[in-house]
Design a protein around this ligand. Structure first.
Ligand code: UD1
Length: 333
């Protein structure tokens, strides 16, 4: 994103707390030639100093993932929500009125579903007994038939199902309140599964692409949970950077708050993605383990139509080409 912003003529300041839980090695000192200032968003004075002369903020800082256990809860809320609250307060005080916020598809919980008999519906919560018995597909709350997954649009109800998801919903709501009160502009980008060069290595806070890539780098097979049939939309980091540029441009002309899915529109199963990455890396084929995590959702795939219509953003990197590059691209610490 820093490289894309600079190529587009922006002057960029980078701040990063260097959160040790999310980095296996000390975080980098510069990104694409821009020095990284070690600032924690919760430190109001440090944030205010970093924002001098800034006219727009692209806020990507967050603890992501499912974490280790509930001892993580205060850190998630502190980093993601208190951090965002401090940022918004400092921006208001400094008359900075443009914000791009990295949100996530996890705000939707399970995706959109249709029952052959009852039409569009929301699935019943996933029960541990069903998952342990290998019943992974969501079922209709009325008749318990398996549901057909569909594309989630931005108007879908928010339904956060884990701590991280709840902190992302709170970030969205805080920034919407800020936009109403200040007259500022916020674009919330609901990222789907991001992958690509310079991803962090495998940590409890990493997404599946980084975990699989790290396993292959160590000569181990990717471990595919459930039966591998769960669907996600993998979107390349260069496309995500392009979406941020488009969002930033929109905050210059359109006040108020608006959310967009950032997705390729071409979903894949986790099993298929793992197989393709293993092949591209010349590594061992994936192992499907049947393991499951209660906080996981089964399918979440989105419509990218609103971002294309309103921001002019369309993902361009095909998954097979992106994975071929990612299989050999360097990871960061
Ligand atoms: C991920 C990110 C989330 C981000 C969202 C959108 C994490 C942990 N999750 O959510 O922060 O907001 O994308 O960008 O960073 N799986 C395996 N094997 C593994 C690990 C996971 O098969 O070793 C499976 C999981 O069961 C799940 C799928 O892969 O079905 C995706 O997992 P993951 O990337 O962890 O979480 P998302 O819910 O997609």
């Amino acid at each position: 994103m820093v490289a894309a912003l600079r190529a587009d003529g922006h002057d960029v300041t980078v701040i990063d707390s260097g959160c040790t839980a999310a980095h296996r090695v000390p975080p980098v000192a510069d990104v694409s030639g821009v020095p990284v200032r070690r600032v924690d968003l919760r430190d109001r004075d440090a944030v205010a100093a970093a924002l001098v002369g800034v006219d727009a903020v692209v806020h990507q800082a967050a603890m992501v993932g499912l974490g280790v256990d509930l001892d993580d809860l205060p850190d998630y809320v502190g980093s993601n929500d208190l951090g965002t609250a401090v940022l918004l307060a400092v921006m208001a005080r400094a008359d900075i009125s443009r914000l791009v916020l990295a949100s996530s598809m996890v705000v939707y919980g399970e995706g959109a579903y249709e029952c052959p008999q009852h039409g569009p519906t929301r699935p019943v919560g996933r029960a541990e007994d069903d998952l342990a018995a290998g019943r992974f597909e969501p079922v209709c709350p009325a008749c318990r038939s398996p549901l057909r997954p569909g594309l989630v649009t931005e108007d879908a109800p928010l339904d956060p199902r884990n701590v991280y998801a709840a902190t992302k919903v709170a970030q969205e709501h805080l920034s919407a309140a800020w936009a109403r009160q200040t007259g500022g502009a916020v674009v919330a980008l609901r990222y789907h599964n991001v992958y690509g060069p310079r991803m962090p290595r495998d940590t409890p806070y990493s997404g599946v692409a980084a975990i699989f890539r790290s396993a292959l780098a160590a000569g181990r097979p990717p471990r595919v949970f459930e039966d591998g049939g769960q669907r996600r939309d993998f979107v390349h980091v260069r496309d995500v950077a392009a979406a941020n540029l488009a969002a930033l441009a929109s905050t210059a002309v359109r006040p108020g708050w608006r959310a967009y899915n950032v997705a390729s529109g071409r979903p894949a199963t986790i099993g298929a993605m793992a197989a393709e990455l293993s092949r591209a890396a010349d590594g061992p084929p994936p192992v499907t383990t049947g393991e499951f995590r209660l906080g996981d959702v089964r399918h979440v795939v989105a419509s990218p139509a609103r971002a294309e219509a309103e921001l002019g953003f369309r993902a361009t990197v095909e998954l097979s080409a992106g994975l071929a590059e990612f299989a050999h691209a360097p990871l960061r610490g």
